[in-house]
Design a protein around this ligand. Structure first.
Ligand code: HEM
Length: 492
């Protein structure tokens, strides 16, 4: 008798759960059938941004999936992304609560993965003012020029050889971003540099822990979780040491970098309540400097790796950039930000690299902060929202030939730069859009310009890569080029 009662109750619970789910899904955007427990998990494997383009052909530019038990809505067109992230920006400004992000951010005490909240607003305001102060045009230019001079000497040593420039590019970008964040520069052989670079590389390749897909069993031990914890420890230790060292040398009359800026905010919060102190603990401080370090380095290194790959593959384009820089900048000084307006072809090339070499094809994941709607469909609070920026950057209806590297698409018939098309969104849009967009564009222009002005890049004979799609090992959410080698010729 008791067995019958238990079975019947179980059936009722299952039916009610299924029915509630059915009602919810009925009002949500359409999508493929979600299997019990796994949902549509296989569709998130590998380069999911490409799978999503195929799904959009069947279900429309806004569709629903289930990642395990979690509701996910994917946006595949400019209109859908703008409606969600710009027109309804507050409703779509949350971040999902994932176990991997909790581990990385010591319980979401950073800015990039924090909920849309007063703490996030305070952090974002502080980061933006810090970047205005320590990465202003002239300061950034000086740092970029110093970093370029060092790397030009190093690159000259490997002239004529087939080399993978990964380490050189990391060093170049670190020596622009790390002076801004921590006030430090690195030589290629420095242990801290080697460790940070390895950390960055490994972070991109980490598998998500089980708790990302099934939060209720996230407490169970699993390898991906332990590996991520082990990977984060030394990196967060480095950020902690930086904050401690800065605190010891702190001089309010001589603020040096983003870390000092954050310490000053913490002191002001303690002394006169100028900011909310509960959101400026030591953990918040190291997490926020980690955000600016990772945001500034992981992206720009990969953008430059894509840029050199495309320029080596398209020598005629490389020659046009070189000729323009020779004409406007000459050979006696490095490119400056004031040159940007007179070098439209180089600017267009940077745009084209950012369009094709999109680092975050699905941006960072968003989440809805309230029950809301999109295109008339119901989107419940807490739904994960993935803006498929890759789909926008590769839409044939917008670009005509999206898979061709062609900077000219950003120029008018007189060779002038056209206004930035809506569909170009490498930094995303709306409330959570990248706060380092200006710095990212400036870095890319200065560093790429300086490299092309000084070196010619080509593939070693018979070693032209056949496939320019992104590296499979780079993790589904990040597009980095597969390893490649180039031969440098110094244009002394
Ligand atoms: C070419 C270089 C860069 C690219 C392509 C890029 C791209 C992006 C994208 C797509 C997002 C996600 C926006 C969203 O969630 O809608 C983002 C967020 C972010 N980026 Fe960047 N970024 C770059 C450079 C930088 C730099 C230089 C910094 C800092 C110095 C930075 C710091 C951040 C931070 C802190 C966030 C999180 C913003 C938030 O959650 O409120 N990024 N970036």
């Amino acid at each position: 008798m008791w067995l019958t009662t238990i079975s019947a109750s179980l059936l009722v619970v299952l039916f009610v759960t299924w029915f509630m789910e059915y009602i919810k899904r009925w009002r949500m955007p359409p999508g493929p059938f979600p299997w019990p427990i796994i949902g549509n998990l296989p569709m998130f494997a590998g380069k999911s941004h490409l799978t999503f383009i195929d799904l959009a052909k069947k279900y429309g530019d806004v569709f629903s999936l289930k990642q395990g038990m979690t509701d996910v809505v994917v946006l595949n067109s400019v209109d859908a992304v703008r409606e969600a992230l710009v027109e309804k920006s507050v409703q779509f400004a949350g971040r999902p609560h994932l176990q991997s992000l909790d581990i990385r951010t010591e319980g979401r005490r950073n800015m990039a993965f924090a909920d849309y909240s007063p703490a996030w607003k305070q952090h974002r305001k502080l980061v933006k003012s810090a970047l205005r102060e320590y990465a202003s045009d002239t300061k950034l230019e000086t740092k970029a020029h110093e970093a370029l001079r060092d790397i030009i000497d190093e690159l000259a040593k490997v002239e004529g050889q087939a080399v993978d420039l990964n380490v050189h590019i990391f060093n170049l970008v670190y020596n622009v971003v790390c002076p801004v964040v921590f006030g430090v520069r690195f030589r290629m052989e420095d242990e801290d540099f080697q460790n940070l670079m390895k950390f960055s590389d490994d972070l991109l390749k980490k598998d998500p822990p089980l708790g990302d897909i099934y939060p209720s069993i996230g407490f169970l031990p699993n390898r991906a979780k332990t590996d991520l914890q082990k990977l984060m420890e030394p990196f967060l230790g480095y950020c902690k040491r930086q904050v401690e060292q800065h605190r010891m040398d702190f001089n309010p009359d001589n603020l040096r970098d983003v870390t000092d800026h954050m310490i000053k905010a913490q002191k002001e919060a303690e002394e006169d309540g100028a900011h909310d102190i509960t959101a400026l603990t030591d953990t918040h401080l190291r997490q926020i400097v980690a955000d600016v370090f990772l945001g500034g380095t992981e992206t720009t290194t990969q953008v430059l790796r894509w840029a050199i790959l495309y320029l080596a593959a398209h020598l005629e384009i490389q020659e046009k950039v070189t000729a323009e820089l020779d004409r406007v900048v000459g050979r006696d000084r490095l490119p400056e930000l004031s040159d940007r307006q007179n070098t439209p072809y180089t600017e267009a090339t940077v745009n084209e690299v950012l369009r094709m070499g999109l680092i975050d094809p699905l941006s960072l994941p968003h989440a809805t902060t309230v029950d809301t709607s999109l295109r008339g469909y119901h989107i419940p609070k807490g739904t994960v929202v993935l803006p498929n920026l890759w789909a926008l950057h590769h839409d044939p209806a917008i670009w005509g030939d999206p898979h061709t590297f062609r900077p000219e698409r950003f120029l008018d018939e007189t060779g002038k730069l056209i206004p930035k098309p809506f569909a170009l969104m490498p930094f995303s849009v709306g409330r959570r859009a990248c706060p380092g967009d200006k710095m990212g564009m400036a870095d890319t222009y200065l560093l790429l310009g300086g490299l092309v002005q000084n070196f010619h890049f080509s593939f070693p004979k018979g070693e032209r890569p056949t496939d320019f799609s992104s590296d499979e090992t780079g993790g589904g959410n990040v597009c980095q080029p597969a390893p490649y080698k180039v031969v440098l010729t110094y244009r002394k």
